[in-house]
Design a protein around this ligand. Sequence first.
Ligand code: TRP
Length: 450
Amino acid sequence: METGSEKRRGVWGTRLGFILAASGSAVGLGNIWKFPYITGEYGGGAFVLVYLGCIALVGLPLMYAELIIGRRGHGSALGSLKALVSQQGGAGRDLSEFTGTLAVASGFLILSYYSVVAGWAIHFLWVSMDLIPLSAEGGAATTFGHLVGDWRLSTLWHTVFLCLTITVVGRGVHEGIERACSRLMPALAGILCVLLVYVGLTGGLARSFEFLFRPDFAKLSGEGVLEALGHAFFTLSLGMGAMITYGSYLQNDRTVVRDGVTVAVLDTVIALLAGLVIFAVVFAANGNPAAGPGLVFVTLPDLFATMPGGELVGMAFFFLLIFAAWSSAISLLEVVVAYFIDQHSLSRTQASWLLGGLIWMAGVGSALWSPVLDFLDNLTTRYMLPVGGLVIAILAGWFVRRGDREAGFLSLGDSGRPLAAVWTVTIRFVTPVLLAAVLLAKMGILRLPW
Ligand code: TRP
C-alpha cells in the first residue's frame, strides 16, 4: 500500500525498476569513457585489481549506508540524514546539514560539466553517421579539437542533452526515471553484447583481455591507487546522496543488501566489458591504450573510420555512451530536484526546469572554457565526493541508531547478524580511514610511500 507521503514523493513501481534506475545511475561516462582511459594510463591489470578491491572495501559498504539512510530517512539527502540523526544531538545535526548541502552542490556542479561531455557524445553520434564529416586533415583529433574549441557547438549539444534529462526527471520517479531506465539499460546491455561479438570477430580481444586481467604490479603507482579509489566512488554514484535519494523511493528494507550488491556488480561488469571492447579496437589497429581522455573521442572514431562496418559500430558505440550518460545525469538532477521539492516545497516540474536551467547556465561555463570543466571535475571527484562519502560513512557508522543501521541485514536471516557486524566495523573504521588517506594524499599532506 502506498502511504500519502509515498504518493507525494513517489515510489518505485517494482524492485527490478529500482535496480535498473540505480544501475542506470551507476553506469555512465565513468564506465565507458573514464574507466577505460584511466586503466590505459595506469597500465592495465594491476590497476583493475586495485579498483576491484576499492569497490569491495569502500564502494559496497557506502552503497549500503546510502541506501539504508534513504530508505529509513525517507527524504532527500538532507532530509533523510536529518531525520535519522537528529535524536543524537548537535554534532550529528551539523554534520547532516553540511553533507546534505554538499550533496546538492556536488550534484549541481557534476551535472553542469557531465552534460557538456555527454553533449560531445551526441556530436560524435552524428559524426559516426557521417552527417557531420570527420575532418579530412587530422581526423578525429581535429574534429574533437574543433568541437571543444567552439563553445556554441558544445553549448548546443549540452542544451539538447540537458533537456532530455530534465524531461525525464520532471515526469516523476515512476513515470519518468523508472520508465526511462527500464528502456535504456536493456538497450545498453544489448549494444554492448553486439559490440563484444564484433570485436570477437575482428580481433584484438585476446590482447585486450590480457591487458585488463594480467596484473603487472611494476606498472602500478601510488597515484594509480588514489585514482582507483576515487573512481570506485564516482562510478557507483556515491558520496553525494544519489543512492540516499533513490533509496528513499523504496517501499521496504528487505532486499537493500542484495540490491546494492547487484548494482555494484552490474556496474563493474559493464565497465570491464566496455574496457574489453575499447581496448580490443585499439589493439586490433596497434593503437595506443594510454591515449588519455581523448581515447573515446579521438582514438576510437579514427579507428571506426577504418574498420569494416565501422560506421555502424561507431553509431552503436556512441548510442551506448549517450544512453549510459543519460541515465546517470537523471540521478544527478534527481538529487538536486528532490532537495528542492522536500525543503522548499517546489513542485517537481518547477524544480526540474528551474534547477535544470541554472545547471545549464553553469554548464555553459564549461563549454566556453575547458579549464572550467577540468577544474570542476577535479574539485568534485577529488574533494567534494570523498568528503561527502567520508561524512556519510561517519554518520552511518556512528550516529544512526543501531536498529536503523542494521535493518537491511536482518532480513537475510542467520547470516544477517555477522554480516551486519562486518559492515559496522568497515563503515566505522576502514572506509573513513581510506577516504581520509585519499583526501590527505590529494592535498599533498600525506606522502605516499612509493
Ligand atoms: N556514476 C556515474 C558514472 O559512472 C556518474 C554519476 C551519476 C555520479 N550520479 C552520480 C557520480 C552521483 C557521483 C555521484 O558516470
